[in-house]
Design a protein around this ligand. Structure first.
Ligand code: ZN
Length: 250
């Protein structure tokens, strides 16, 4: 018998059974006042309702959610969902689908393609091997953070203290064609589309020359440019010129 709903004044278990094994995977016990009940604290004197677990942040469970007892949820490409006691088991079962953490994880290694949803949790260390890249793990619109630092360089194979968050800037663009002649001047205005709730965006401009970036004093959304021929004497069309400025998020 597994429970996936219902309210109970008292649940008694016989020897050999435990409170987690009574639950359908991904479900948890909740008190009448809405408080989640840890599996380790569940007993026959607790009146509960069985509901789908929301896996609230709680490091007391170690690498599993203390309320449902699972470490990760897998959604396969055919839409089927399974729950796993360790992140490693979930990664092995992913089959190209999505692995979603339900609790903070220790060290995880990914060696075959899948999408990773860290779901607000943190992995102590994330390693990719073989053909898998860090970038390939990210769901659309998300980026990695290490501690509180956004990770923009995804060329490595390892991140520590890693979490994932929605990129606050949806898109950023500037005109790719400008009617500037060489030696002429113009103003570049960057258009920014932000996620709802994102605060002010700050700008930092860089001059890139011979592959080296030089930070400029300009901090505005617009920048004045002068096209100089001398840095690229061989170039015949504007598209042959390297960008004079790039934008990074701070
Ligand atoms: Zn849970």
């Amino acid at each position: 018998m597994t429970l996936s709903g219902g309210s109970f004044d008292s649940i008694k278990i016989e020897n050999g059974a435990d409170y987690q094994s009574l639950l359908a995977a991904g479900y948890a016990y909740q008190k009448q006042d809405g408080a989640w009940v840890k599996l380790s604290e569940m007993n026959e004197n607790t009146a509960v309702t069985v509901v789908e677990c929301s896996h609230p942040d709680d490091p007391s469970g170690g690498n599993v959610c203390p309320y449902c007892g699972y470490a990760a949820e897998v959604t396969k490409t055919d839409g089927s969902i399974s729950y796993h006691r360790t992140a490693d088991e979930a990664i092995a079962a992913a089959g190209g689908g999505t692995v979603k953490l339900l609790a903070n994880a220790g060290e995880i290694t990914i060696s075959s393609p899948l999408k990773l949803d860290l779901n607000g949790k943190t992995a102590a260390k994330l390693t990719v091997t073989g053909d898998v890249t860090l970038a390939s793990l990210l769901p659309e619109g998300y980026a990695f953070k290490s501690g509180s630092t956004w990770i923009s360089d995804l060329s490595g194979t390892e991140l520590t203290n890693v979490s994932m968050a929605k990129i606050p800037i949806k898109n950023m663009n500037y005109p790719t064609e400008m009617s500037m002649t060489y030696g002429g001047a113009g103003t570049l205005l960057v258009k920014v589309e932000k996620e709802t709730g994102t605060g002010a965006v700050s700008f930092q401009w860089y001059k890139v020359e011979d592959g080296k970036a030089q930070q400029l004093a300009a901090r505005q959304q617009r920048i004045n440019l002068i096209f100089l021929r001398k840095s690229c004497p061989q170039a015949g069309t504007p598209s042959d010129f390297p960008p004079l400025a790039t934008v990074t998020r701070r």
